[in-house]
Write a protein that binds this ligand. Structure first.
Ligand SMILES: [Zn+2]
Ligand SMILES: [Zn+2]
Length: 64
């Protein structure tokens, strides 16, 4: 799957750190290390947990 530059929307390669078209710096996909914020206590939980690791509240399903 190709990535697109967030600035000029042209295709860039997976390993490009900078857009070859407009020289915009391209950050890694933010979805890869997305933390899940507990709606009760506000703590960050890793993806895939069923209940908050801090206050033990049941977390709703993460819609991706
Ligand atoms: Zn670009
Ligand atoms: Zn919590």
């Amino acid at each position: 799957m190709n990535r697109t530059c967030p600035s000029c929307q042209k295709e860039v390669r997976d390993d490009d750190l900078m857009c070859p078209h407009c020289s915009e710096l391209i950050l890694d996909d933010p979805q890869e290390n997305k933390a899940y914020i507990c709606p009760v206590c506000g703590a960050e939980n890793p993806q895939g947990v069923k209940s908050c690791q801090f206050c033990c509240s049941i977390l709703p399903e993460i819609i991706s």
